[in-house]
Ligand binder design. Structure first.
Ligand code: FAD
Length: 304
């Protein structure tokens, strides 16, 4: 696992600074782009190990993902990771996308099969000439560019399509065998699910880091619908915390920060030292949670 060394302010017994990474989605409008860049500029001084940019369902954001990644490379010192899925494109097209990323200096891809073009819950039909599974995509990228680091998805509550958790972990093993060196988990709210998953993953002989994906719930109702469809369970105690707050964004924000900060602090107490934040392109909660993890801005602006 890549680790950030302790800073000069740390005493000999100071806890190690956790590693963090941030996930963004590519903006659709000029307004959203301005907002994303305010977010990136606010979070960059926290010196994340990398920042990733998602790839819209069905490849709908192909150009926007690319231009966001290219701008991050041009204007910041951050290391970007580009998400990429197998959906809706022939192998040749995917290979071209990968080549373009490599050309501009991207050395990290989050490789996914992607959701069915017809929507979550329907059967996945691969493009007739496309990469058919995530392990195939991982192998395809590695074959073209062995110097590209590959992260993949992991599912503590199993992917909705997987027969059971063992079958899901078999797929993770296939991704690792194909060259993936990091798994980032689907969002989860019950830490026990993560630790049980980790035990099963390690029991299967998978040794790569399995980085917990943390999502502060800015908008509980909306986020609950979204994560439930992706197979994440929302515990009753969590729903209770947001009860009665539908029209009270300010309090919701405080509650969301408290809940997510509690989750990461408990994970950290049990030895987890790496966190991936689903930022939803918003800086405030993630900045506060990182602060509570002991992370302070250290200026990651690109040298002039
Ligand atoms: P895999 O891990 O390859 O498969 C998921 C599970 O389904 C496995 O257990 C596999 O065995 C099982 N499975 C697959 N096919 C079958 C089958 N035919 N029969 C039985 N079981 C089967 N989506 C996007 O569109 N863009 C993104 O940028 C994006 N980023 C993501 C980042 C992270 C960290 C995570 C966790 C998810 C992300 N997703 C993204 C969502 C992801 O694309 C979906 O969850 C997708 O449905 C599965 O992709 P995968 O690579 O995880 O699939």
């Amino acid at each position: 696992m890549t680790e950030v060394p302790p800073t000069s302010h740390d005493g000999p017994h100071a806890p190690r600074r956790p590693n963090i990474s941030f996930e963004f989605f590519p903006p659709k409008t000029a307004e959203m782009e301005k907002n994303l860049w305010e977010t990136i500029n606010r979070l960059a001084p926290l010196a994340p190990n990398f920042v990733s940019v998602t790839y819209g369902a069905g490849g709908s954001t192909r150009e926007r993902t690319h231009s966001t990644i290219a701008r991050i490379l041009r204007e910041t010192a951050l290391l970007p990771a580009a998400h990429l899925t197998c959906v809706g494109a022939a192998r040749g097209e995917i290979d071209e996308i990968v080549d373009r990323y490599h050309e501009v200096g991207v050395r990290h891809i989050v490789a996914l099969r992607g959701d069915p073009a017809t929507g979550i819950g329907t059967a996945f039909v691969a493009h007739p000439d496309g990469y058919k599974t995530s392990p195939e995509l991982v192998a395809g990228i590695k074959k073209r560019h062995p110097d590209i680091e590959i992260s993949v998805a992991g599912y503590p509550e199993k992917h909705p399509e997987a027969r059971d958790l063992d079958a899901d972990i078999d797929t993770l093993k296939a991704k690792v065998d194909a060259g993936a060196t990091r798994a980032i988990t689907q969002v989860f709210f019950d830490n026990d699910l993560y630790f049980r998953y980790l035990d099963r993953v390690r029991g299967r002989g998978i040794t790569i880091p399995v980085v917990p994906g943390i999502m502060p719930m800015h908008n509980f109702k909306q986020a609950r619908n979204f994560v439930t469809r992706a197979g994440t369970s929302v515990p009753g105690w969590l729903a209770e915390k947001f009860e009665g707050l539908d029209d009270d964004g300010e309090t919701r924000k405080l509650v969301a920060a408290t809940v997510a900060a509690g989750q990461v602090q408990k994970l950290a107490k049990h030895g987890v030292d790496t966190f991936h934040f689903y930022t939803m392109n918003r800086a405030d909660l993630v900045f506060a949670i990182s602060h509570l993890l002991g992370i302070r801005p250290n200026g990651a602006k690109k040298a002039a």
